[in-house]
Design a protein around this ligand. Structure first.
Ligand code: PLP
Length: 389
């Protein structure tokens, strides 16, 4: 089925007819034509016009996080999301501090690995591939480890697609007087995360996830008191968030060469985010995508890794069919030939794959995808999609 058959779909119109596939992945993802077009100009990194763009996005992100300028700052940082996570951890945790890392997937594990590099003490609560950390477990660990200064939690653990119980855990952390660092990389902009509802101290996300920009930078929304206390704390010149902030406050500029095209594309993406109804609007569209995807896949016989109550509107993990003809690589290529790019699984327990619901896609695109999946399975001779028992 070609995209031209859905002329009324906003998303179908958004993707240029270049034979470019839809990226059903957790970023980089399919961006709108307007966002791509915003990049057709060069900018001087020292120029007042570009500084204005930087100021606008910092302001826009603070507003989205529901924080005010007096108590929080937004510090963008060049690089992928992990660079911003590393900078945030190096800033938020004193050198003699200790972190409690809550993990249930690759990104929680990565945070612990970063702390090892940084030489910061940490204890871990590892729930395996897909079980959520529970608030009571966190309370117990904080009670028995009073030297913990900082708790780290991934909001949507993109490796399984689970939406962790952030609000409940944030309240436990606050009640114990510890600071909370949230990796909201794959949720910010689509799942409500304001400081009023969720008492966080540090929140990290990046340009190419739910705000639907292109890769190039991450950003940290951080309590000013933490930032001010962090002078000289970082282990790295280029990842020193305090210095990045101090320089930006003083000059309006990025400390080193900014990803100019990514920044202007992001401002365009933020405008579209607002026009769609902000976080609520985006959540509604992603949720519709997810609901149609999961229902359609179940109809084909697929099973989700997670129970419904843990499914995020970001990305969903499906078990691979237990069928001799099913091979992920072939499935991927069949779908790509039909203009859809999906994502491999990241589970240790079972063969799986993931499909994202984010980016410039809507229900018409998901319906096309479901037909492409049925066609691909038929081409492969896979007539049963149930996973192994
Ligand atoms: C995408 C993502 C990151 C950052 O990954 P990069 O590849 O460095 O951009 C971190 N945490 C989560 C939960 C993510 O989804």
């Amino acid at each position: 089925m070609s995209k031209a058959e859905f002329p009324t779909s906003r998303a179908a119109l958004a993707t240029p007819a270049l034979g470019e596939p839809y990226l059903l992945t957790p970023g980089p993802l399919t961006t709108s034509l307007a966002t791509k077009e915003a990049m057709l100009r060069d900018w001087g990194s020292w120029d007042a016009d570009f500084n204005q763009v930087t100021a606008e996005i910092r302001q826009g992100l603070l507003a989205m996080a529901g924080v005010d300028d007096d108590s929080f700052a937004c510090v963008p940082l060049q690089g992928s999301g992990t660079f911003a996570v590393e900078a945030a951890l190096a800033t938020a945790i004193p050198r003699d501090g200790k972190a409690l890392v809550l993990m249930n997937g690759a990104y929680g594990k990565r945070a612990a690995q970063i702390l090892d590099y940084l030489g910061r003490a940490h204890i871990d609560l590892d729930k395996g591939d897909y079980l959520p950390p529970q608030p009571e477990e966190v309370a117990e660990l904080l009670r028995t480890n009073p030297d913990v200064t900082t708790v780290f939690l991934v909001h949507c653990e993109t490796s399984s697609g689970i939406l962790n119980p952030l609000k409940e855990i944030a309240e436990v952390v606050k009640a114990h007087g510890k600071s909370l660092v949230v990796d909201a990389m794959s949720s910010f902009g689509a799942v409500p995360l304001t400081v009023e509802q969720i008492p966080f101290d540090v929140m990290v996300s990046s340009a190419n996830k739910c705000i639907e920009g292109i890769p190039g930078f991450g950003f940290v929304v951080i309590r000013r008191s933490l930032l001010e206390a962090a002078k000289g704390r970082a282990h790295s010149l280029s990842l020193d968030l305090h210095e990045q902030w101090a320089y930006m406050e003083k000059t309006g500029q990025w400390r080193f060469t900014p990803p100019t095209h990514s920044v202007v594309a992001f401002r365009k993406a933020l405008e579209q985010h607002t026009a769609e109804g902000g976080v609520a609007g985006r959540l509604a569209r992603y949720t519709r995508n997810r609901d149609l995807l999961v229902a359609g896949m179940r109809q084909l016989g697929f099973a989700t890794l997670l129970e419904d109550r843990w499914l995020s509107p970001i990305i969903t993990t499906f078990f691979s069919p237990d069928h001799p003809n099913f091979e992920f690589k072939r499935f991927y290529n069949e779908l790509k030939a039909r203009q859809f790019v999906i994502y491999p699984g990241k589970l240790t327990i079972a063969e799986s794959f993931r499909i994202g619901c984010i980016g410039q896609i809507d229900e018409a695109v998901v319906a096309q995808l479901l037909r492409a999946i049925a066609d691909s399975l038929a081409a492969m001779g896979v007539d049963r999609c149930q996973p192994a028992a």
